[in-house]
Design a protein around this ligand. Structure first.
Ligand code: DON
Length: 315
């Protein structure tokens, strides 16, 4: 029996659209854009790879292309660390990080000095370092907490850190170290800079597939409910994370992403993008060649086509 012959669920209903997108966009993956090379281990990834997965709120996950190939999730992890960080003393966190789009590259230093060491939002690197610092204080193991959440929600215990990517980034981590030291000089880090950087690099190094990541992000489509029915976030906090994904998830291209896709999304320089259709499903696309803002070229194209073909957007 093929999946089409089984009773229709959201994921099965959407599978033909995913196939159409993969047929059109997949063959052009890598033709435009470049893989991230400022993290040496990422430069070795095949730029022509393409995978796309959908997860319905009922938990069923289906994919096309290389949807089961693990990739480096990088900044997509920031949506998960924020979700965990908001679980403990959210008000304290919001005094230390804003929620406005930055209009600057994800690793920019300029606004930090003008704005007294308070990063614009939790998804630029400076903001994510503050979130990691908060999580380190509240859990004692920020990277472990993120890994545990991703394993539990994806249902895949093999999801893991990629030590070679983490070490590769640490070896070239001067820019993030500068951001962290600068914020520490304003008193906006509670833990030693070296510890915050270590947890941040390892969290970014987590490797998982489109299918795993689409499943793991379902709590954002389920208004805060985890796969086992327990609550990770209240409805309002889930709404807030989706809102920040819409306005800041693609950095200085967040406006263009909202214009083309019309969904909350979080990108990473590994080429992955997680997108959320609240109340319906999540999508995860992976294609490593990036535009100059650090977003996957084929990934944005695939999501643009998805919302155009299905009409499923938040607008
Ligand atoms: O800190 C960095 O530069 C990377 N670990 C993550 C950056 C990233 O994924 C930005 N995404 N588009």
């Amino acid at each position: 029996m093929t999946v089409e012959e089984l009773p229709t669920t959201e994921a099965r209903r959407l599978l033909p659209v995913l196939r159409e997108i993969a047929d059109e966009v997949g063959p052009r993956a890598g033709a435009e854009g470049r893989v991230a090379d400022y993290i040496p281990a990422l430069s070795e990834v095949d730029p022509t790879a393409f995978g796309l997965a959908v997860a319905g709120v009922d938990g069923e996950v289906l994919g096309v292309g290389e949807s089961r190939t693990p990739f480096s999730i990088q900044s997509v992890s920031k949506a998960f660390s924020l979700a965990l960080a908001l679980g403990a003393d959210a008000e304290a966190l919001w005094r230390r990080v804003g929620r406005e789009p930055s209009g600057n590259p994800f690793n920019s230093l300029v606004q930090l000095e003008q704005e007294d060491g308070i990063p614009r939002n939790p998804f630029i690197n400076a903001g994510a370092l503050v979130v990691t610092d908060h999580l380190l204080t509240t859990t004692g193991d920020a990277r472990g907490a993120v890994l545990e959440l991703l394993r539990a929600e994806s249902g895949n215990p093999r999801v893991d850190f990629d030590a070679s990517v983490a070490r590769s980034e640490a070896a070239r981590g001067d820019r993030n170290a500068a951001l962290a030291h600068f914020m520490a000089s304003y008193g906006n880090l509670r833990n030693p800079v070296a510890d915050v950087l270590e947890h941040y690099f390892w969290q970014c190094s987590i490797a998982m597939s489109c299918e795993d990541l689409a499943a793991a992000g379902l709590f954002l489509a389920r208004h805060g409910l985890r796969g086992d029915g327990s609550r990770l976030l209240d409805r309002s906090a889930a709404k807030r994370i989706n809102s920040i994904m819409l306005t800041c998830g693609a950095y200085d291209a967040a406006g263009e992403f909202a214009f083309r896709v019309g969904l909350p999304g979080k990108s990473g320089v590994g080429g992955g993008i997680l997108a959320v259709v609240p109340g319906r499903c999540t999508l995860c696309v992976w294609s490593p060649a990036l535009d100059r803002h650090g977003n996957s070229v084929a990934g944005v194209e695939a999501l643009d086509r998805f919302t155009t073909l299905t009409g499923l957007s938040v607008f």
